[in-house]
Design a binder for this molecule. Structure first.
Ligand SMILES: [Zn+2]
Length: 329
């Protein structure tokens, strides 16, 4: 009887653990398979031996991938701007065309001169690339953003189409690939130890979605680094702020992750805003947020802007009209 009970229990476990279909919406999230790429540049999949998204990547492997990417591409510079309490390097990449990278010191000093507002500086703007920076994974358990950083950096390093080459010629991209490596690794080690299927589970009640306290959101001392930009107590915020001042990008984007039942938030944020901020701080994020919304809706994501929820609407023109109308509120 006991043997039969174990057999039935074993059978049940087998069926339960294999009950989920392999849901991979490759059409929706494919990484531009038709893109012309430089085969000499190692992709995340070649290096890590799995598809991005199939597993979370330990920080040491993320670091190793970016070193290899930089060594194999004239478009990517690898740099460490600090160290966490647990000794992990804080890394940023500088990505641009090979020609710009060779001349990066000169381009950077012209950019800084221009930002000082000197008359001579204004003339220097002609032909200057725009500076944009991206930061990822400040909340360690929003771990998909550093996975995305690997794909973005790879795409910029390897793509050979006209559009990418044009972007690289006209811009310098600075990528802070993971602001909070200690929190990220705390989450990733925990997740891997809880995961029971070969694939990520799509069952919300699965233990792999029930991260306990203190979780990976915070740094080594369980401090939320996204609350440290003013006080600058921790090496993660201090290091990034010092590095940021060396580049002063025109646009900075900070990537987070939402829960699967939440809407994707994008600029503009809710009011009231600090009245002392220049108008550009209101209009710039609104302009970028509209474009982001457009792209998210085109892949059927539900987005959140300001305080208003935008649901999926079939007609794209109607959506854009609604977005503009709401942004005026
Ligand atoms: Zn976050």
């Amino acid at each position: 009887m006991l043997k039969n009970t174990f057999s039935i229990f074993g059978l049940l476990l087998f069926f339960l653990s294999n009950a989920q279909p392999d849901i991979v919406d490759k059409d929706r999230f494919s990484f531009e398979p038709e893109l012309e790429i430089n085969e000499k540049i190692p992709s995340p999949k070649t290096f890590l031996k799995y598809d991005l998204g199939a597993s979370f990547t330990l920080y040491a492997d993320v670091e190793a991938y970016f070193k290899v990417l930089s060594a194999s591409s004239g478009r990517v510079l690898y740099h460490e701007y600090g160290q966490t309490y647990e000794g992990r390097p804080l890394i940023n990449l500088v990505i641009s065309s090979e020609e710009n990278i060779k001349n990066i010191d000169n381009i950077k000093s012209k950019h800084m001169l221009f930002l000082q507002g000197a008359e001579a500086g204004k003339a220097l703007l002609k032909g200057q690339p725009i500076f944009t920076s991206f930061s990822y994974n400040i909340h360690g358990n929003e771990a998909s953003s550093t996975e995305a950083a690997m794909q973005v950096a790879y795409r910029m390093a390897a793509a050979q189409d006209n559009e990418t080459e044009e972007v690289l010629k006209n811009s310098v991209i600075i990528m802070y690939i993971c602001i909070n490596p200690d929190g990220r690794d705390r989450y990733v080690y925990w997740y891997k130890s809880m995961k029971r299927l070969k694939r990520p589970s799509n069952e919300p009640q699965d233990i792999e979605h029930m991260e306990g306290w203190p979780g990976g959101r915070t740094n080594h001392y369980w401090f939320d680094i996204n609350r440290d930009w003013v006080w600058q107590v921790h090496p993660e915020a201090r290091g990034l702020s010092e590095e940021y001042q060396k580049w002063l990008p025109q646009v900075h984007v900070d990537y987070h992750e939402q829960g699967y039942n939440n809407n994707y938030f994008t600029a503009p944020g809710t009011t009231p805003r600090n009245q002392l901020l220049p108008t550009l701080m209101k209009d710039g994020p609104k302009f970028l947020g509209m474009q982001t919304s457009h792209n998210l809706i085109s892949i059927r994501s539900i987005i959140l802007q300001g305080i208003v929820l935008i649901s999926f609407i079939q007609d794209m023109d109607q959506v854009i009209q609604v977005l503009w109308a709401l942004s005026e509120c």
